[in-house]
Write a protein that binds this ligand. Structure first.
Ligand SMILES: [Zn+2]
Length: 437
């Protein structure tokens, strides 16, 4: 019931978007395409394929750049200078060898000058980025109502550019996807998830998530806090609006959890300092770096918290559902998701270390799940974490039993879990809670 209210409220925005005055222009374009003798005709006529093709090409070039970041960032090298060159003989690549995907295939994975191997991961990153970017562009532009959020539609309306709303939704999803690709491959290659990526995203993700309707529809469970329904004497149900009270409650929870996290630092120092044995003990500088990361996370949440309170104050519930209410729902969802995203792996790491005497969770994973949580929400984070554990045991345990290969880091499993949770959270939730309905 509550969920359907949220979706119904979002519909007028989408109606306005889809009935934008471009139909005549679209028909003229299709008519022109009909007269074109080239094979581009069918692709243009089938407008669904156009975003896919643009996304594939754009994604291949971006994948080539992500490959440079994956290779250079963990080594502290500049990502712009020097230009792409062979790691062995140092020859700068010709432009045609640098063309994504085809460059690697044409050279069959070897340097043109000295024959040194170009790693297969270069090709893999370009292919994965091209495919992911193409599919996201296709999804957003062919099913705009599933992903375009009220905030994007209001912004698009404001500047009179109807295509801006799906573009913003696509950008938000793409930024997250590209960050996940870099995190996965740096973790596989260097056993590190770069802070340079996780820290800015902890600040930005709550705002990026506002551009995706997926998180809004998901956030409908939060209406329990914001809307209290009451049955009148004649049986009619009216909504009692308590947006200000609900926002203050959520903001209070966020602040309380932040204070508790900071207060847990001495306990973490004691657990890691005394329990970890072996060749890699927990040193004082490890603790200082971790404390700094936690302080950054707490500070990074504050702009979203401020906007939540401002939106609650700005919302006018008498007028019915409005943009500030969507901001309140979306930001609450993102803030709670971020907090669960930090707290869950942090708590598992602390108690795992205390119980087993070895470092049970990398802090790169904690920092990454914190920003992913803003997109996934608290329930999505729980699904992500448990799916990652299942994937980890399905793949990791047989690999260790066979004795081959090194230990795979947890980051890639978390990324796989997050993508599954993002795509199938509705289905997972229905399956889990079917018994309670
Ligand atoms: Zn070479």
């Amino acid at each position: 019931m509550v969920g359907s209210w949220c979706l119904v409220a979002a519909r007028p925005f989408h109606g306005a978007l889809l009935s934008g005055g471009s139909r005549a222009a679209r028909q003229a374009l299709l008519a022109a395409a009909g007269a074109c003798p080239l094979p581009c005709r069918s692709a243009l006529q089938n407008r669904r394929m156009l975003p896919l093709m643009i996304g594939l090409v754009m994604g291949a070039f971006i994948g080539s750049f992500l490959g440079v970041i994956i290779h250079r960032l963990p080594q502290g090298m500049s990502i712009v200078r020097p230009p792409s060159h062979c790691g062995d003989c140092g020859t700068v690549l010709r432009w045609y060898d640098n063309v994504p995907i085809f460059g690697w295939l044409a050279l069959r994975g070897r340097c043109r000058w000295c024959g040194a191997r170009i790693p297969l991961s270069v090709l893999t990153v370009e292919l994965v980025t091209a495919l992911a970017t193409g599919l996201i562009c296709w999804w957003v532009f062919t099913h705009p109502a599933e992903l375009t959020a009220p905030l994007g539609i209001v912004l698009a309306d404001w500047v009179h550019l109807p295509w801006l709303a799906p573009v913003l939704a696509a950008l938000a999803l793409l930024v997250a996807m590209w960050a996940l690709i870099v995190s996965t491959f740096t973790d596989l290659e260097h056993l590190i998830i770069p802070d340079e990526l996780s820290k800015p995203l902890q600040l930005l993700a709550p705002f990026l998530a506002l551009l995706l309707v997926g998180s809004m529809a998901e956030a409908s469970y939060l209406l329990i806090f914001y809307v209290q329904s009451q049955t009148l004497a004649d049986g009619a149900v009216v909504a009692m609006w308590t947006i200000g009270g609900g926002s203050l409650l959520i903001a209070g929870v966020v602040v309380l959890v932040c204070v508790l996290l900071l207060a847990s630092l001495p306990f973490a120092r004691w657990v890691y300092g005394t329990r970890i044995r072996g060749p890699f003990p927990w040193r004082e500088e490890d603790h200082r770096a971790f404390a700094k990361g936690l302080w950054w996370f707490v500070i990074a949440l504050q702009p979203a918290l401020l906007l939540l309170l401002l939106s609650a104050w700005w919302s006018d519930p008498v007028e019915g559902p409005d943009l500030p209410l969507f901001l309140v729902l979306g930001l609450s969802h993102a803030l709670l998701g971020s907090l669960v995203g930090w707290c869950l792996p942090y708590a598992v790491g602390l108690f795992g270390t205390w119980a087993f005497g070895r470092n049970a969770m990398g802090y790169g994973d904690v920092k990454m799940l914190a920003w992913m949580g803003a997109f996934l929400g608290p329930m999505g984070v729980l699904f992500t974490f448990f799916l990652a554990a299942i994937y980890g045991s399905l793949i990791g345990i047989p690999m260790r039993l066979c004795g081959g290969g090194r230990e795979i880091p947890f980051g890639p499993y978390l990324v796989a879990g997050a993508i599954t949770a993002f795509l199938f959270h509705g289905w997972l939730q229905d399956m889990l809670f079917a018994g309670f309905a």
